[in-house]
Design a protein around this ligand. Sequence first.
Ligand SMILES: Cc1cc2nc3c(=O)[nH]c(=O)nc-3n(C[C@H](O)[C@H](O)[C@H](O)COP(=O)(O)OP(=O)(O)OC[C@H]3O[C@@H](n4cnc5c(N)ncnc54)[C@H](O)[C@@H]3O)c2cc1C
Ligand code: SF4
Ligand code: SF4
Length: 405
Amino acid sequence: MTLRKQHVIDPEICIRCNTCEETCPVGAVTHDDNNYVVDPEKCNFCMDCIYPCPTGAIDNWRMVERYYTLEEQFSWLELPPETVPQAGAAVAGEAGDEEAERLIAEAHAATGGRPVAPRLAPQPVVGLYGRAAPAIARVAGNYRVTAADSDNDVRHIVLDFGTTPMPLVEGQTLGIVPPGEDAEGRPHAIRLYSVSSPRDGEKRDSPHLVALTVKRVVVRQPDGQVHRGLCSNWLCDLERGAEVQVVGPFGSTFLLTDDPEADILMICTGTGSAPFRAFTERRRRTMRHAPGRLYLFFGARTPSELPYFGPLQKVPRDLLHQELVYSRLSERPREYVQDRMRARAELLAELLRRPRTHVYVCGVRGMEQGVDEAFAAITRAHGLGPWEALRGRLVEEGRYHVETW
Ligand SMILES: Cc1cc2nc3c(=O)[nH]c(=O)nc-3n(C[C@H](O)[C@H](O)[C@H](O)COP(=O)(O)OP(=O)(O)OC[C@H]3O[C@@H](n4cnc5c(N)ncnc54)[C@H](O)[C@@H]3O)c2cc1C
Ligand code: SF4
Ligand code: SF4
């Protein structure tokens, strides 16, 4: 049985305000005298209609063997009941989802194990594709986003899902199924990668084009042996047109708030910049002059090892305040993200005081410790009370998010 996800509108809640029809970039929403409905043949799950809807009526989904037709939807007085359990398990191999859930839970552990999604974020689709029926994408582009002469090979890889729906919102991850089997003859474990393009795709109105930012993992051991990460090396070597099996989407809390008044503080190292590229692009495309601003603290060893160094130089400073921090510049003392945070204590204390600031930390496992220590020093020095208590409140309010691996 093949199940597909269908976007539907709850006729009991909908106030027929027409906002979704005006918002939808592909004309998928239509109406008659009775109901507003979504055409399943046109909807590409870009999610643009979700936030503007004043009632939440638009944020409804059904797993179906056969799409409800427009005529059926026009006749509804209420939504039909769910006939299958929620998405992931029914469509997908449970194994893929469990692995992903465990990896995500570990990555979010620094929020005390109880991460909360931002209040104003769309309800994401999770677990649409699993191992049993992965989505098939083709590589549409694969290019390096660190300098050619640096030791850090990070790639911007664009996957083309064609007509296969891949609904995503900023901050979610996808699982990649590496081909082949391990030494015991079992399929390889999936690897998660943060999506670095916004919900409407790598280019405007192209939700079928999804970007990942992948670091080629190469570990040199003291005895001279070299371990090449299985999945990252496979991905980084893929040519245009190569086929990739994808599971997901995953992640329901590390999400960009849709609140235009929210200041967004993004703290990252290395490929932790992936979701922040998506956040920045989303704001640039849809809320260029939002009252809330974006702040980026981004650490790398050198500019040539910093992913997207070139493109970042072109991002307008009034859209994105940038603090690029380097730990291996020959002419300067080593500086890490937490050092720069301390140096910008006034700014960060002011951001923490504002009731709508959201903080996101993403990157290498362990970086959250230095970030925590810097915040603790800043809150102490600026009369904001103990950092642990403030962090706890921010987590509960869905305003403090950590994803490290
Ligand atoms: C929520 C989440 C989001 C993520 N987002 C991104 C992202 O956006 N971009 C990104 O690049 N990565 C991301 N990752 C990491 C990614 O999922 C993979 O873990 C990473 O690419 C390494 O996978 P691999 O198969 O290449 O390496 P693996 O083969 O799995 O090796 C991983 C590590 O295991 C160790 N290891 C394993 N075998 C050996 C051996 N024989 N000898 C020595 N050491 C060994 C090494 O330390 C190595 O670094 C994310 C992870 C999570 C959990
Ligand atoms: S998800 Fe996107 S394509 Fe579908 S109805 Fe909403 S705006 Fe239109
Ligand atoms: S925006 Fe929401 S309330 Fe308004 S017509 Fe669409 S579904 Fe109904």
